[in-house]
Design a protein around this ligand. Structure first.
Ligand SMILES: [Zn+2]
Ligand SMILES: [Zn+2]
Length: 154
């Protein structure tokens, strides 16, 4: 598959977006469309990101390719559910692999040209920052991801 060619034709169906850590030592691409995008309010995301909420984009693992600086990627796994990837040079976060879901969470902030558009809020029962944007608010995660799938008020 020639990604550059698809990029040049501006086909939205198989576009390639560039991602990088804070210092640029690590560069990667995501291609195609994510399975889902939204905001996660869980404590793990808040503590790992040091922010009140995490803007996530979930991709099939083969849609994410490291193109530069793979040697500088650090991994932290608190539980087997998540392998958090970060840059050993700048400490910036990149993405988190979720093997159980077969998905990789690429933080929206690391792919600035990607047209991020949140569709759902997850783990809203843990929120520290309510966001009245009219999008669905899930108490935890969708049923197909092992959650209750229950909604809650903004
Ligand atoms: Zn870096
Ligand atoms: Zn989270």
């Amino acid at each position: 598959m020639d990604h550059a060619e698809h990029h040049a034709t501006s086909s939205n169906r198989y576009k390639v977006y560039l991602g990088a850590c804070f210092c640029g030592a690590i560069q990667f691409t995501v291609s195609g469309e994510p399975a889902v995008m939204g905001y996660c309010h869980c404590e793990s995301c808040r503590r790992w990101s040091a922010g009140p909420v995490n803007a996530f984009t979930l991709w099939k693992p083969d849609a994410v390719k490291v193109t530069h600086g793979a040697d500088s990627i650090g991994t932290f796994s608190k539980t087997p559910k998540s392998y958090r990837k970060w840059c050993k040079v700048c400490g910036g976060h990149l993405f988190t692999e979720h093997p159980g879901w077969g998905l990789t969470d690429v933080y929206a902030a690391t792919i600035p040209d990607f047209p991020y558009q949140a569709g759902v809020h997850v783990n809203y029962q843990e929120t520290r920052l309510r966001m009245a944007d009219g999008l669905p608010k899930l108490k935890d995660v969708p049923e197909e991801m092992g959650g209750s799938g229950l909604g809650m008020a903004e």
